[in-house]
Design a protein around this ligand. Structure first.
Ligand code: GTP
Ligand code: MN
Ligand code: MN
Ligand code: MN
Ligand code: MN
Ligand code: MN
Length: 210
């Protein structure tokens, strides 16, 4: 199952527990802080440099604190998850949420962080590549651009000839919360990458030149 699989992937994974949807209403989660984040992506067979298959264009962002994360944020008191998530997507990335609303069908997984009493809901929305390019262009006009968010980025999903540059090097960045876990979980969940490929990338180390 996914829980066992994701336990291997991240340095932070032990702090985050997967919560099935049916358990959201349990007393232990009542009154907890909630957050919603989202992967906006397009599948793509595009060749990069004529060699590497893109697999997918996936948007993440650089945050004010220097960490990489997904767009999204805290759900306000009395706000439902999807309203809060769509609000944050507009604030942070200027997503046209009338055209590309996050809906229940986009739900992927929820993690619980016991130390912060935080329920982290995660979604993934597939959109056409041309719409993704529009989102990238519009993101610099977002309300929170320049303060909370410092720009969207695409993830290199290929691994280069030295076995490290590309996706393994990208994974060595600093990630907020469990967003690195969410990325790896969702790559597998959407069959963009196999469990074996993910494990290999996670375990790859840079080649040291003497
Ligand atoms: P403000 O608008 O300034 O209140 O921030 P925000 O509402 O945008 O909240 P933020 O996106 O920073 O997320 C809130 C919490 O979720 C923080 O405790 C982060 O550690 C965590 N967090 C931030 N980004 C991500 C992410 O991509 N994935 C996950 N799982 N958690 C994140
Ligand atoms: Mn917020
Ligand atoms: Mn925000
Ligand atoms: Mn945010
Ligand atoms: Mn905000
Ligand atoms: Mn803010």
């Amino acid at each position: 199952g996914h829980l066992a699989d994701t336990e291997h992937f991240g340095r932070v994974s032990r702090d985050y527990i997967v919560v099935p949807k049916a358990d959201f209403d349990l007393p232990k989660y009542r009154g907890s802080t909630r957050a919603g984040h989202c992967m906006i992506y397009s599948r793509s067979e595009e060749k990069i440099f004529g060699i590497y298959t893109a697999r997918a264009m996936i948007l993440m962002q650089l945050r004010f604190d220097g960490y990489i994360g997904f767009p999204g944020g805290l759900i306000h008191e009395g706000e439902d998850i999807l309203s809060g998530l769509n609000r944050e997507l507009f604030e942070e990335v200027n997503v046209n949420v009338q055209k590309h609303p996050v809906k229940e069908e986009h739900y992927v997984v929820t993690h619980w962080c016991p130390s912060k009493k935080l329920l982290l809901h995660f979604y993934a929305v597939e959109i056409p590549i041309n719409d993704l390019k529009v989102i990238e262009e519009e993101a610099v006009k977002a309300h929170d651009y320049g303060t909370e968010t410092l720009g969207t980025l695409r993830i290199p999903l290929y691994t280069m000839g030295d076995g490290y540059r590309g996706f393994p090097a990208f994974l060595a960045n600093s990630y907020v919360g469990n967003s690195r876990e969410q990325l790896l979980y969702t790559l597998q969940h959407l069959s963009i990458m196999s469990n074996e490929e993910i494990t290999k990338a996670v375990e790859a180390r840079p080649v040291m030149l003497s």
